[in-house]
Ligand binder design. Structure first.
Ligand code: GDP
Length: 369
């Protein structure tokens, strides 16, 4: 009897053990022709793209050569976690190739938000991060907003290049790429996947009319994002799925806000002022006095202060304190990567502290809204 070891679609070594790893095929599917891994099967039949993810170092190993080839890099970031999803160390991967910055999930911004203001803000952030971009496009892959602008920009900038689509996990890359596939490719056409030497990972290539490809790359895992750290059931609570409804708190110094048991925001010193919280509405915000905050957390985490629930608390890294100073005269956001941000409204300056799970990125930035 002939045994089949490799996927007829992408050539990856097949295995029946681990669904989340490359080459997985349900045992019963081994009997069917052609023998293809679950990932290829899904791409072919459901138009679902890869859910395989990589750590950043592996990503650079896998795609390090792209800098030496002619490519258009389509980099997808999530407006809800802009700094957390920016992948600022991708310079080596990009080389001198043009980068098209696609800012996804704009449906989450409050309806009144001015798009030009957002684009200008993104431009300044890109400049700060030393990222040269040929264009910035705002879109919502889920709500199908701005998708024509993405297509137009890709056409305009790709010339005779292959298109590499990159992004951190959860930015909406799969959602977007599925739309690209249905827009660009004749579904009957053979999807090609190619394996890169020295790795077990393959890239999904979607053929274009002119012999070029759109290349879907694995999502990059960034462990400094809260979305990577919480349990699946809490992920649905911290990621908003409707436009943000900011909640405003008027606070005196020495007051604290709890975001479930996930984070804590202390207003240590400054004049009475308002703070606007842009977080998922599924997260309860609880106000207390700073002097009571430690006890409150110890006594009520996992119950009154949730998510996470008591059962999942053990797996949340312990909260670590970040001291922050908001200078006078500047409107700033405090971003807790993956959880959202708190806008400090006063221009008078203030002294703050954020307690966030160890490893989670906490930064201040120019206000987005
Ligand atoms: P990937 O990990 O980058 O491939 O991301 P997915 O396409 O799997 O999307 C991750 C999550 O973000 C899913 O829950 C999507 O429903 C959601 N998502 C994707 N695009 C959008 C969008 O444009 N707006 C909103 N609100 N959510 C989105």
């Amino acid at each position: 009897i002939e045994t089949i070891n490799h996927c007829a679609g992408c050539g990856v070594l097949l295995q029946t053990e681990d669904k989340s790893k490359l080459g997985f095929i349900p045992a019963e599917a081994l009997q069917k022709e052609p023998v293809i891994c679950q990932r290829c099967y899904r791409i072919k039949h459901y138009n679902e793209s890869s859910s395989i993810t990589l750590q950043q170092d592996d990503f650079l190993k896998l795609l390090g050569h792209v800098g030496q080839t002619k490519a258009l890099v389509v980099k997808i970031v999530d407006i809800f976690d802009f700094e957390g999803s920016m992948l600022s160390s991708l310079g080596r991967f990009v080389g001198t190739n043009p980068v098209l910055l696609v800012v996804n999930k704009i449906d989450l911004l409050p309806k009144v938000t001015n798009a030009n203001k957002i684009i200008n803000w993104v431009q300044r952030r890109a400049k700060e991060a030393n990222l040269k971009v040929v264009d910035i496009v705002l879109c919502s892959a889920k709500k199908n907003i701005g998708f024509d602008r993405v297509i137009t920009a890709v056409q305009e900038h790709r010339g005779d290049r292959d298109v590499y689509v990159v992004g951190a996990t959860n930015v909406g890359k799969s959602t977007l790429i599925n739309r690209l596939i249905s827009d660009y490719s004749d579904l009957e056409a053979e999807l090609t996947t190619s394996q890169y030497p020295g790795t077990t990972l393959d890239l999904v290539k979607i053929p274009l009319d002119d012999g070029r490809f759109i290349v879907d790359t694995p999502g990059i895992v960034h462990l400094h994002r809260l979305t990577e750290v919480v349990k699946k059931r809490d992920l649905a609570r911290i990621m908003p799925d409707k436009p943000l409804k900011p909640v405003v708190f008027q606070l005196n110094e020495q007051q604290t806000l709890f975001f479930g048991a996930l984070a804590r925001f202390d207003f240590i010193k400054g004049e009475h002022q308002s703070f606007t919280c842009y977080t998922s509405n599924a997260i309860q915000i609880h106000r207390t006095k700073l002097e009571r905050a430690d006890d409150l957390y110890a006594d009520h985490k996992g119950v009154m202060l949730a998510p996470p629930n008591e059962a999942d608390l053990d797996e949340l890294p312990p909260l670590v304190k970040h001291g922050l100073n908001i200078p006078k005269g500047k409107q700033m956001d405090v971003l807790i990567s993956g959880l959202g941000w708190i806008k400090v409204n006063s221009l008078a300056g203030s002294q703050l502290a954020v307690h966030a799970p160890k490893g989670i990125k906490v930064i201040t930035r120019e206000s987005l809204i």
